[in-house]
Design a protein around this ligand. Structure first.
Ligand SMILES: Cc1cc2nc3c(=O)[nH]c(=O)nc-3n(C[C@H](O)[C@H](O)[C@H](O)COP(=O)(O)OP(=O)(O)OC[C@H]3O[C@@H](n4cnc5c(N)ncnc54)[C@H](O)[C@@H]3O)c2cc1C
Length: 367
């Protein structure tokens, strides 16, 4: 059994029990967070010395399984692991020792890039960090930040003159306002205010002026585990739709006996199979194992995965709601939650339009 699947196996039944409440209350459950840490799901992308796997493949397996039961919980773990990964990729030895121990044991992390004025054009963000001696003073607002409601550690991208810089900071003094989102509820999505927040220069991640590199370099491979959440949502929808179609009688027959329904299910199953292989292959490339000498870079593969995962998850949720008929649109139905969750895949970690921009950069170079 893969390490990601092993780690997730002990928590799924607990999350399953609480998933509907996490969604309806838009509130993460403390016990679930504790279980995620205890089972190594918050250290998946950490260095091995910190109990990690350093593997996007394993992180993707875990993200898929978590998203089958709760997209909100899955997204929290994926974003936290992105913070852990940023420290693994760009942190100094001192920063790894200081922050990774806590981030793999009990403290939740988040990556704050997006601002009220926009998220797609990262290079134009406005939040300022002004140098005063050996410290920087941060002022500005971030929004749509996953985990921020309960995060202890923030990696914040701010402007230092012409360039951007990534800072690691604790929650102290930061103001957080929770947002009431359509889907992936419970993942702590919030707006965050920074007013005269002081950060020591030892907490610059990746070097001064390297914030864009840290942000984009972290997002690119982490779009693969993020896409695996779409795969998890899609698989769950297919399972639910098949089960319902085999149980429900209409016109004296099972819904599953109608060829029109069988064709919907077979199209979906084929798309899911293709997505599964695309994500696994891309994760292996990101892990440094390009088995087929494909040669595509991780940014392109991550963007392709995210585009397809959003499409397939939406298709799956749409198919499942259709097969459930009227019972699929009632609040509390499992397919109704999936329908709301799937749409957010299009937007978080870069919109589908931005994914197309990234893929087009690669495709236009090919001929
Ligand atoms: C569930 C969720 C979780 C999130 N978590 C985080 C987080 O933890 N940290 C964080 O920093 N951010 C997070 N975000 C924010 C997310 O990254 C941004 O919403 C996203 O990058 C888009 O930014 P925006 O919403 O400001 O849209 P805008 O950038 O204002 O874009 C508006 C529209 O214009 C389109 N557009 C923009 N540029 C182009 C272009 N060149 N070509 C074609 N169309 C274009 C966009 O696709 C979009 O449709 C999250 C968002 C969601 C939904």
């Amino acid at each position: 059994m893969s390490e990601g699947r092993k780690r997730v196996s002990g928590v799924l039944k607990h999350i399953q029990k609480k998933a509907a409440a996490i969604d309806s209350n838009n509130r993460m459950d403390d016990e679930i967070l504790k279980l995620l840490f205890e089972n190594g799901l918050m250290s998946l992308l950490a260095p091995r010395d910190f109990g990690g796997t350093e593997s996007y493949y394993e992180a993707s397996i875990a993200a898929e399984e978590l998203a089958k039961v709760s997209a909100g919980v899955a997204h929290s773990a994926v974003v936290h692991n992105m913070v852990v990964d940023a420290l693994r990729l760009f942190g100094t030895e001192e920063q790894k020792t200081k922050w990774l121990k806590e981030l793999t044991e009990k403290k939740v992390g988040t990556l704050a890039i997006t601002e009220p004025s926009g998220g797609s054009d990262v290079s134009s963000l406005k939040m300022e960090a002004v140098k005063e001696g050996e410290r920087y003073i941060l002022n500005g607002r971030k929004t749509l930040i996953t985990n921020a409601d309960f995060a202890d550690v923030f990696i914040v991208i701010a402007r230092t003159g012409e360039k951007l810089t990534a800072f690691i900071t604790e929650r102290d003094g930061v103001t957080v306002t929770k947002l009431n989102s359509l889907g992936m509820r419970g993942s702590g999505l919030s707006s965050v205010g920074f007013k005269n927040i002081e950060v020591g220069e030892e907490n610059i991640l990746g070097g001064e002026g390297k914030g864009l590199k840290v942000a984009l370099g972290t997002l690119a491979p982490n779009r693969i585990p993020f896409s695996a959440m779409g795969l998890g949502i899609a698989r769950r929808c297919l399972e639910l739709a098949v089960k319902y179609a085999k149980e429900r009688n209409v016109f004296g027959r099972k819904v599953a006996d109608f060829q029109g329904i069988q064709w919907m299910l077979s199209s979906l199953a084929s798309e899911i199979e293709a997505l599964d292989k695309m994500i696994k292959f891309s994760a292996m490339v990101a892990d440094g194992k390009d088995l087929f000498e494909d040669g595509k870079d991780v940014t392109t593969l991550g963007a392709m995965c995210k585009l397809k995962a959003s499409e397939i998850a939406k298709m799956a949720a749409d198919t499942a709601v259709e097969i459930y008929g009227g019972h699929g649109i009632i609040s509390g139905s499992p397919v109704e939650r999936a329908y709301r969750d799937a749409k957010l895949l299009d937007i978080a970690e870069g919109t589908s339009e931005i994914m197309k921009v990234l893929v087009s950069r690669w495709v236009l170079e090919q001929v």
